[in-house]
Design a protein around this ligand. Sequence first.
Ligand code: AMP
Ligand code: MG
Length: 353
Amino acid sequence: MMRLHRCLPGLLILLLWIGCSPAPQPVTRNTTQMQMGTLVSIVTWELTVQPDQWREQEARIVGDAFREMARVESIMSSHKNATPVQHVNAGPRGTLQPIPSELAGLLRTGLEITRLSNGAFDMGLQPLTSLWGFSRDDPASHLPDIAQLNTLVEQHHAGGLTLTGDTEGEYRIRLDHAGTGLDLGAIAKGYAIDQAAQVLDRAGVRNYIITAGGDMRMAGAKGNRSWRVGIQHPREPAMVMAVVEPHATLAMATSGDYERFFIQDGIRYHHILDPKTGWPARSGIIAVSVQAPNNALADALSTTLFVLGAEAGLALLEKFPGCEAYLVLEDGTHKKTAGFVGQRLDPPQKKVQ
Ligand code: AMP
Ligand code: MG
């Protein structure tokens, strides 16, 4: 009894303190910047008793994540001036040229996909993608010069990239033909997201979505609700055809013929090229989303599946553990691998911003 009496004041102070401390508040923040030729946004969610302090901290960390993506772009872009990629493209053909190890690492990942896809994924298409002009500031609206296109296609050979690296970490690349130049447009955005996610993870941000064009990474949740993200309908831009509500970190990329395209004489020409023909790929797929253990892989594989088509694409996917896909075909059918996280919305629903 004596003991309880002595403890009572302490207990009272504790109860009073708990009673006075502010209740935790959910804070959602959304920061958007133009990067890598597209709108990139980072949304975070946190439950905190110090919202103002969190907002300041979050702004600093998210700023670091954006700076990291800009750093990746300053290595991997073929459009930006003075990047190592641009340097290689401006250099001689048939000669080994030094490149930074980070670029070599991403090229190695990509070249493995090139090998396994029999050249459907090709990071050497820059002369052709530049002639088609879908990534220009004033994107192409009509067919390129066909004679020029045929010459480039003749010069371009799949496998025209040779990467070497010695034990001292000296990496070099050789572009074998005039029709070959580096364009990492199908993998670098995913890699940039991976790097930005590392910045957020290391700084202790637990709940976020990073979106860059068709690529996205989701981590954590919004309290006791999962993140909920829609996949755009390929023919109805204001509609969502499927929703993804992950229970764990998820990397996903979508490639489609509706992202960058023009229509001439009733035919749709888009930005994903079949390396064998030099023309926009017509495989029967009009949109494909791939989920993978990281965003670089998701990005590269979504482009590859688009080029390969449903049958060869799904066969390729089996060589990549932990990768899943959702395909929409020209005839309107949808196909989904068993482990794809997400549900079709039938009928499609209006997008909510
Ligand atoms: P994505 O939007 O991720 O499917 O990537 C398309 C971009 O990758 C294009 O804008 C080109 O820069 C480049 N690209 C086009 N066709 C291919 C291809 N067959 N393999 C690799 N990259 C490609
Ligand atoms: Mg891609």
